[in-house]
Design a protein around this ligand. Sequence first.
Ligand code: DAT
Ligand code: MG
Length: 222
Amino acid sequence: MDSGVAVFGGATLTPSVSSSLATNVRLFHLSPHRRTSHLAAFRSTSHLFTHSSSFKSPLKPHIFLPHLVASLEVEETYIMIKPDGVQRGLVGEIISRFEKKGFKLTALKLFECPKELAEEHYKDLQSKPFFPKLISYITSGPVVCMAWEGVGVVASARKLIGATNPLNAEPGTIRGDLAVQTGRNVVHGSDSPENGKREIALWFKEGEVCEWAPILEPWLKE
Ligand code: DAT
Ligand code: MG
């Protein structure tokens, strides 16, 4: 990650803006009396912030930031509507969010996922106590598999999807608007460009990914 740039609510902050923001945030933390009374309902400010050990910047202390910075490269990401999203009739709604944003759909299928594929897809989580439940959830009904392409699509799709725990996901995100539990968070999105490629190759066969030129492209890109 580029350590000189941070993304805050979609806006890119230069180091100087970042450091003044960091100062303000530290002030906010160190001076509880500065908080306005409507914030008194919160136990403390600390639970509003995420912390990433890999996030190296002056903002590190406790800023609520998405940890992925959108790149300027054309990328591919694997998006999957999980069985709860299919059962709850959310397929159109979820696809629509990526379409409206302006990304290009390159592959799409309804699919019953075999256990071995679910285990391979989530192999990094094998040692987690929730792994068996995760596998039975993903294989409990059909999923909708998609590949999307676009500049910065990996990080942008993660922002559209929202935090893993839907109760922490911002309103306006898919999980923030449509889900309440981590174990029923309706949609998957690749977490890096490398995993985007890996997952698309895992879920789609040769010939299932289409190359095409959307006619709206000149209205989306200068
Ligand atoms: P994400 O799907 O946001 O990339 P992840 O890769 O950490 O999140 O985890 C994959 C999925 O595993 C997640 O969407 C839901 C499930 N999961 C993660 N953490 C969990 C937990 N603490 N309890 C139950 N399920 C969890
Ligand atoms: Mg993940």
